[in-house]
Design a protein around this ligand. Structure first.
Ligand code: SAH
Length: 374
């Protein structure tokens, strides 16, 4: 199905059983088409109307019309002439050839589409959705979403156009606001496993990369424990992409040849901070806003240069992305003053000075920082 096309009011004939063609049927219905379905075996009785249009009889899938299976070339011609597009999901090579020939004769569009899984146990795909920008969704992520029967998502993943990426799939928000778990992790895992055991193709869409503080590992284990096939599609992590969006490279020749990604969800211990300082590379902190003051105070106390550049990039890739630039000894006050909030990535290291641009707010804050410092 080509999403760019307008299917509203178009007549689409889907060839395949209700089960194998369920995704395709749902997509065309969601796109506003008038959908007919033909299954090769066990087709519901029906008739081609006298005007040549497919006569609706006993829909197998709600909203889908089921004409009789054509038994002659003439009957195929009448049916295919009456629709705008034929989507073949599953049929015999013979029928496929008959359909292709009739489509050619009547200049009806022909599309061959992927059948949905019919195995009794479905599957779970953990999809890394990247940091929120559609362009940073991978081709693999798009394909998995397109094939999904159900998508479990949360607020950090890109969800703006989920209806287009996973048309007709059921969308379930298992997200959590900071400090408030809308759906506990174990319940979300149970929901995914139950859907898959019911035969559905499940996508768990996550922000960034599923294995970077995404609890993806736990979800893989839950699926394996339940005997559900599970795969992981890596995503673009905010740990690298969000600094990049603010012009900060996490490594740079002769400036930093390593970077450490650390969670600030819980306070970072003095021992860890000492090691981080000792490494001398870039430090990238995710979930670090709640513990920011404690962390920067700790780094300064434990010997990091107090003029070390620090950036806080909030809401990377959103229309209101904001970067706050400072130094180890000023960033705490700047962050309080600016009211920085999660989600944000904190970057500590010389690479911050390479930021190609700071936005106006950041420049203003830097000026204020200079004033505060004097
Ligand atoms: N798996 C994700 C990270 C999940 S932890 C990944 O690989 O990106 C959640 C944290 O990621 C947030 O608290 C924030 O620190 C960071 N984050 C994710 N998306 C972000 C964005 N668009 N802008 C700023 N920070 C983001």
């Amino acid at each position: 199905m080509a999403l760019g096309l307008d299917y509203t009011g178009k007549r689409v004939l889907v060839v395949g059983s209700a089960r194998t063609a369920r995704r395709v049927l749902a997509r065309y219905l969601a796109a506003g088409a008038t959908v007919y379905q033909l299954a090769e075996a066990g087709t519901t009785a029906g008739a081609i109307g006298t005007t040549g249009t497919a006569a609706p009889v006993a829909p197998a899938v709600p909203g889908v019309l089921t004409p009789a299976f054509p038994r002659s070339i003439g009957a195929w011609d009448a049916l295919i002439a009456a629709v705008d597009l034929v989507a073949v999901v599953e049929t015999s090579p013979h029928t496929d050839a008959v359909i292709a020939a009739a489509c050619a004769r009547h200049r009806t569009w022909l599309s061959r589409e992927t059948a949905a899984s019919t195995s009794p146990v479905g599957s779970v795909t953990l999809v890394g959705g990247g940091p929120g920008l559609e362009k940073l969704l991978t081709v693999g992520a798009m394909a998995a979403l397109n094939a999904a029967d159900i998508v479990y998502y949360d607020r950090l993943g890109p969800t703006d156009r989920l209806d287009d990426w996973a048309p007709g799939a059921e969308h379930v928000d298992v997200g959590k606001a900071p400090g408030h778990h809308a759906i506990p992790q174990r319940d979300a895992e149970r929901m995914m496993v139950t859907s898959a055991l019911g035969g559905l193709t499940v996508v768990r869409l996550k922000g960034g990369d599923p294995f970077v503080f995404g609890r993806g590992g736990e979800e893989v284990l839950a699926c394996r424990a339940a005997g559900v096939p599970v795969t992981v599609i890596s995503g673009v992590t905010s740990a690298i992409a969000v600094p990049a969006a603010a012009g900060i490279p996490v490594t740079h020749r002769e400036v930093s040849h390593l970077f450490t990604v650390v969670s600030g969800h819980a306070p970072i211990s003095d021992t860890e901070l000492t090691h981080l300082i000792g490494l001398g590379g870039t430090i990238v902190v995710l979930m670090g806003i709640g513990t920011l003051q404690q962390m920067v105070a700790g780094l300064a106390r434990l010997g990091m240069r107090t003029d070390m550049p620090v950036a806080i990039v909030e809401r990377g890739f959103a229309h209101d992305q904001r970067t706050t630039l400072g130094r180890l000894d000023t960033i705490g006050a700047l962050a309080t003053h600016a009211g920085v909030r999660s989600p944000a990535v904190v970057v500590i290291g010389e690479v911050v000075a390479l930021a190609a641009h700071g936005d106006d707010d950041a420049a203003q804050l830097l000026r204020e920082a200079a004033e505060l410092a004097t």
